[in-house]
Structure formats: structure tokens, C-alpha cells
Design a protein. Sequence first.
Length: 86
Amino acid sequence: MIDQTIVNTALPTIAHDVNATAAASIWVINAFSSTDGRHRPARCGRRYLCYWRMFRVGLIVFVLASLACCFSQTLFELATSRFVQA
């Protein structure tokens, strides 16, 4: 929820930076909220290490996608990075 709130607040600035209209910049929010929670892995057994590995992989993917968001130059790149981030 924090990530969505931050982007909602910064959306006008983001739209200006990537030269997008306000209507098109909604895809930055939609890309994240449409996939958040839908691609979480199912149970991985009852072992602690399995959950720890999934957490680490998810954290690494999130950090790399966040870096991609930082360096995106177009709205498509930003929306795609947000999709991967979710």
C-alpha cells in the first residue's frame, strides 16, 4: 500500500518527467496494482528455508525493478518496470 500511495502522490511529476499525459500515466499505477498479489507463489511446503529463498529472490527482483524504474526514460519502460516490481 505504501508503494501505491507514493506513486499516486508523485504521479504528476512522473508524468511530466517522462513526457506523458495524465491519462496515460495512470498505466504506471495500473501496472503495479493489477499484478500485485496475483503472482505470489503458492505454498512451498513447511520448510523455513524454502520461504527464506523465495523472500530473497522476491527482494532481489523488487530491487532490480526499482532500479529500472529509476532509470526509465519513457512511460512504457516505467510501466513495464512497475509490472515486474509487483
